[in-house]
Design a protein around this ligand. Sequence first.
Ligand code: LLP
Length: 430
Amino acid sequence: MDLFRYRQGRLFCEDVPVADLADRFGTPLYVYSAGTLRLHYEKLAKAFAALEPLICYSVKVCSNIHILRLLAEMGSGFDIVSGGELFRVLEAGGDPATCCFAGVAKTDAEIRYALEAGIRMFNVESEQELQNLARLARDTGRRARAALRVNPDVDPRTHRFITTGKKETKFGVDLERAECVWRTFAASDGARWVDLAGVQAHIGSQITTVEPYVQALGKIVALVDRLAEAGIRIATLDFGGGFGAEYEGGEALAAEAFAGAMIPILEGRGLEILMEPGRFIAGNAGILLTQVQYVKPAGDRTFLLCDSGMNHLIRPALYGSYHHVWPVDPGEDFAPRQRIRDEAFPGTVVVDVVGPICESSDFFGKDRHLPPVVRGDRLAVFSAGAYGMSMASEYNAFPRPAEVLVHGSEARLIRRRGTYEDLVAPEKDL
Ligand code: LLP
């Protein structure tokens, strides 16, 4: 569900014709719908209301400070993974007391920065990190709150590169070991400086079934119960993110479906609940606009050569992800009813939609049925709000795209287009 719609053969973001945005701000351009971001945040808040969770939006997903501000204003906290992400949250006016810090290899400098900022919780990934946190907390004279990230060893049934809750991945501490960590730490000197009050898990991303969560939570609450028997009370449970967005249409589950399966396992236990959704909130709230520079027939294929590619949206190259692509102004005959893979339109032609980068992995889509496209047409790459701009690079020395946030009939530039000077600035005046 999102607020990008075709009306009379033209794509609109909320009430703004997308072609007008391309005219005004140029391409490549990320366009976000504020209404869609809010809608998805509210869906989660409503579905999980029985648990009164703190929703910590995962900053890595789409980290523009104006988007962080919009979410902070809705009451969101933040899941951060680096000092840089904490800096972004603070720049956005976010409250550090709503931040949980989940970096896998936090440096001393990052831990000190977070201690001094007064974040809510450190999500600790290893025993060594726990000891280091205690040392730095003592040095800075600030007691820290922490959750131990556990690895529940469940299969989230998603792409292997975004699977994190299986034993063979680098994330968290396995459940047996976790129990020992608590018992040992509770009796150690470090406990004076770190309140290890929480358990955290994040099993993967783009998850579209409830079973992996049910399995993981079952194992985690059993651990919480075993610890309680040993006199160790866990106050906070953070179940991470992972809820899927729509890419092909119809695959994402409603927030209520997840909530309906998860709430019964968690409610009535007196636990403070945190969650770290990202993609569910931002995935369908953004598109990437690109302009076709050339149309090139080659053998039995036709390439649409665009002004943006894997440098600005790396997901197809990295995970083989599907992103729907369709012209911005296809005309009434080609106005899609909904965004689904290969909607059969008479008159479409088969094309590969590719970028300007010198790599064969540089494509948005292959063998796509698109309306006839000519040089100069603009294409929308859909469902690009999550892990789009935040994973963009300056590879091949193309400056980063601009970003625009649409609210109703208003469009606001929230990041200016990168410049050639931006490319070399950090290399000068050394
Ligand atoms: N919490 C932690 C600890 C995480 O590692 C992540 C994502 C999230 C929360 C948010 O997960 P979400 O709700 O967005 O699924 N670049 C990949 C996805 C990488 C996910 C990294 N961790 C992609 O484009 O599919």
